[in-house]
Design a protein around this ligand. Sequence first.
Ligand code: MG
Length: 203
Amino acid sequence: MKIICIGRNYADHAKEMKSEVPKEPVFFMKPDSAILQRGKAFFIPDFTNDVHHELEIVVKINRLGKNIEERFAHRYYDEVSLGIDFTARDVQAECKKKGLPWEKAKAFDGSAPVGSWKKKAELGDEESWMLELKKNGETVQKASASDMLFSVDSIISYVSQYVTLKIGDLIFTGTPSGVGPVAIGDQLEGFLNEEKLIQVRIK
Ligand code: MG
């Protein structure tokens, strides 16, 4: 399986990163080795001094698809969760400055914890989904999926023009504003519609 991540999918996050608001989805990938098993702690890697949390809605692809039309995209996933797109912000800044790919900053081991899954059918309309991240009990990121520049269906359609989607692939749909550094001892908790789906301890 592969992990496809959307960048800059909330205008307020693009702004806090001093990035342009994109006219079409920006995507990159993480390998399957980036998955952090549920319940496992996240260890800050040695090569960075500035790992940021990015809470994101994640969907799991349930059928094979290529060149999926947006109106049919909803048939390609039926489970939704939350994930954290851990990002070595200092390494990413260095890559960006040199015009290099971001993999070193984004694709490292354990950089993609994913929470427990909810049936899409039980969650109601995408516009009503609310995501929230608490760090040590304090809310640091909170947004509505309706703030996404590109909906899940439009992302599935767009990405599948370039990359065949397979059963089990995950799509991280981008993070809202409020990203920030994590430190050893921090406790992250992610909520979808006020239900806790993910919890990660930083070591
Ligand atoms: Mg992200």
